[in-house]
Design a protein around this ligand. Structure first.
Ligand code: URA
Length: 228
């Protein structure tokens, strides 16, 4: 039994280290609630099944289903958005609505496809009326994303919008300050850019997003060992 608790404590420490310092305070209560030998799934399918059963916050009450994530389970490049919208809630996949169609175009522009990368969200259940998830909701859901990251082991994470950037990089900075610069943590390179939905609302953000995505493309090509 002691060994089991030792392994759980070690896994918690790994998850804890992956988080932005400001988000860490949310990890402890959630992980202790989930404590048990089954709390650290070994595959994405196991984790998806566990996530589907989650009742850790009220978002699950109004959502039709949990939107876990989609893509290459061994992706070196991961995109993290805010949370499912109406279409994602209906289809059970991330970024399949209008913002998702724009994300697909952005991926194509840097020679990528959905199948090559992994796409997930900070919260896995649609917030009612598409409102922004609260800091508490983001923190409650975060252990699922952290476990996804631990299983996928991406080298680069692109934070789409302020919720992802403030949860994963720095809660105190605005997206406009954070975007376009690299932040390294635990061997993963993080970069933030504007959310595709923000781009739909304000086309003047196209240029900065394109600048950010060129950085992502070059860093990713470098990881793949291709010339840039
Ligand atoms: N916006 C997000 O942040 N995520 C989605 O999955 C869809 C829209």
């Amino acid at each position: 039994m002691e060994i089991v608790y030792g392994v759980i404590r070690m896994s918690e420490k790994i998850l804890f280290d992956l988080l932005a310092p400001s988000s860490r305070r949310f990890l402890t209560p959630v992980l202790s609630r989930q404590t048990g030998a089954e709390s650290c799934p070994e595959t994405l399918d196991e984790l998806a099944a566990k996530t589907a059963d989650c009742v850790c916050c009220a978002l699950r009450n109004s959502a039709s289903q949990v939107v876990f994530g989609q893509g290459n389970p061994h992706a070196a490049l991961m995109f993290v958005g805010e949370g499912p919208g109406a279409e994602e809630d209906k289809q059970g996949q991330p970024f399949v609505g209008a913002a998702g169609q724009l994300l697909d175009k952005i991926l194509t522009a840097i020679d990528l496809s959905r199948e090559e990368v992994y796409i997930a969200n900070i919260v896995k259940c649609r917030p009612p009326e598409n409102r922004t998830p609260s800091v508490k909701e983001a923190g409650t859901c975060l252990p699922y994303l952290t476990q996804q990251i631990a299983l996928i082991q991406p080298k680069i994470i692109v934070c789409l919008g302020s919720v992802a950037a403030q949860t994963l990089i720095d809660s105190k900075q605005k997206i406009s300050q954070m975007r376009g610069t690299w932040h390294e943590k635990n061997g993963i390179r993080y970069i933030a850019t504007f959310h595709p939905a923000a781009l739909l609302r304000d086309p003047s953000r196209k240029r900065p997003v394109w600048e950010d995505m060129k950085k992502v493309r070059d860093a990713y090509q470098e990881i793949l060992g291709r010339r840039v």
